[in-house]
Write a new protein. Sequence first.
Length: 260
Amino acid sequence: MSDIRAEAIQVAYDKDIIIDNLSLEIPHEKITTIIGANGCGKSTLLKAFTRIQAIQKGQILLDGQTINQLPTKKVAKKLALLPQVLEATEGISVYELISYGRFPHQKYLGNLSQYDRDKIHWAMEVTKVAKFAKLDVDSLSGGQRQRVWIAMALAQDTDTIFLDEPTTYLDMNHQLEVLELLQSLNQKMQKTIIMVLHDLNLSARFSNHLIAMKNGAVKYQGEVKEIMTTPVLRDIFHIDAQIIEDPIHKCPVLLTYQLV
């Protein structure tokens, strides 16, 4: 179980400060979703936590150590990231892509041990992509490809997985497929999941903890029922929202809304 926290961090692109003086601790073994309007710093925060984006001030701590001072392989053994824009996969098979997740654990590049192969097969079975192992990733549907990328993150064998908008461009069926998989990983394997989602109803249904950002700052955080409220959504999104309870999942649902 990895301890991850930000202490008074500042993140900027050139001279534009996106995040300033932000402190945050990631809850252990929970599904945490970051919500907020476009441009509020959600994706930037994910990149800072995973060392993709440099910070100008403050520090990110991983198990009490400054993450920027840790070897890349050590970080990759603890944190996995599924970015919003996925790399090109032309000519790469499903098995090959998932095997890349074992890179942090390899002593010699490309030399997979039996343990590595066992982890790859386990990840394929959990994500239900084993039957696609020999197919090119590009030949799969959007939902299937997303499951393959999640399998790669699983093969990396980390306690914590960060995902930036994992349901983007997926239809409703595949959105549920991906989020139910993440929920299963959290509940059955105690994986800590941190993701950015735009759909508030999916955020409420599949999360234990919500973080609401505004203008590069964490404005609210807490349990779903504490954050998915009319006053909070008015402040964060400038909407007048009507919230009801989902009769099946017993979580808040955004029924309708209008601009304030």
